[in-house]
Design a binder for this molecule. Structure first.
Ligand code: DGL
Length: 257
């Protein structure tokens, strides 16, 4: 098999990265994808950094054993904890990470407030404070750690009263603010976007990092001469450390949503 025909590896702490994979299928329809979700160890966002780094290295080795040509760390938490260390160790393969889409949010906020929902780890890591330093003089940016939300989504709960109550409780103290934009800084959260719209209304823009990440993936494939040139539709194979039918079924269900 030549390198162009190899699959693209995707990794997340669980089913969240499926939201990024979904966007990739639109942009790169003839690529093959191998997705690995580490639901056995999810959530990552409330663990310590060394633990997340170790788990991310294990996931990387698993994807490499599947013969991937590039890896997307489709997890904001794992990206913030491990991307630099990964790139230092695995120098032969392009590695793409994801980060909260603060730049596009600032561009559309026109001086109004921005809320960033993400895991506690993403919001406390250096990568995020560097990002904040760039933009928080221009606009009021509120960091909103959302411990507990990933667990609900991992259980397949993406709508209904539990999600609604969780979000209402989290957002109630910001309701008086003129919020232009909510940034979903965790790849699990796009799956609860409809519930979020019900609470904040249609005029608040909700954005996530998947479009930027997929554009970066495409650029990396092109510049490394790795784009698959076949004319037929690619395949998606999902693996999960939980290794049961329920989580694999949930992954494919979220992919079709
Ligand atoms: N999808 C992961 C992210 O983007 C969730 C991390 C977690 O497992 O807490 O941050």
């Amino acid at each position: 098999m030549n390198n162009k025909e190899k699959p693209i590896g995707f990794f997340d702490s669980g089913v969240g990265g499926i939201s990024v994979l979904k966007e990739s299928l639109k942009v790169l329809p003839s690529e093959d994808f191998v997705y690995f979700g580490d639901s056995l160890n999810a959530p990552y966002g409330t663990k310590n950094v060394n633990e997340v780094r170790k788990l991310t290295f294990n996931a990387m080795d698993f994807l490499l054993s599947k013969g991937v040509k590039v890896v997307v760390i489709a997890c904001n938490t794992a990206t913030s904890a491990a991307i630099d260390a990964l790139r230092q160790k695995y120098t032969d393969i392009p590695i793409i990470g994801i980060e909260p889409a603060l730049k596009p949010a600032v561009e559309i906020s026109k001086g109004k407030s921005i809320i960033i929902m993400a895991t506690p780890m993403t919001l406390s890591e250096k990568k995020f404070s560097n990002l904040m330093d760039k933009y928080d003089k221009e606009v009021n940016i509120i960091s909103l750690p959302c411990a507990g939300l990933v667990e609900l989504i991992e259980d397949g709960i993406t709508e209904g009263h539990q999600i609604e109550e969780y979000l209402r409780d989290k957002l109630k103290k910001f309701m008086y603010l003129d919020v232009a934009c909510i940034v979903l800084g965790c790849t699990h959260y796009p799956f609860i976007k409809n519930e979020l719209i019900k609470i904040v209304g249609e005029k608040t823009t909700i954005i996530d990092g998947s479009v930027g990440t997929v554009n970066q993936l495409k650029r990396q494939l092109a510049s490394n001469n790795l784009l698959n040139e076949k004319k037929t539709k690619g395949t998606v194979t999902v693996y999960n450390s939980l290794n049961n039918k329920q989580i694999i079924d949930l992954s494919y269900k979220l992919l079709r949503l």
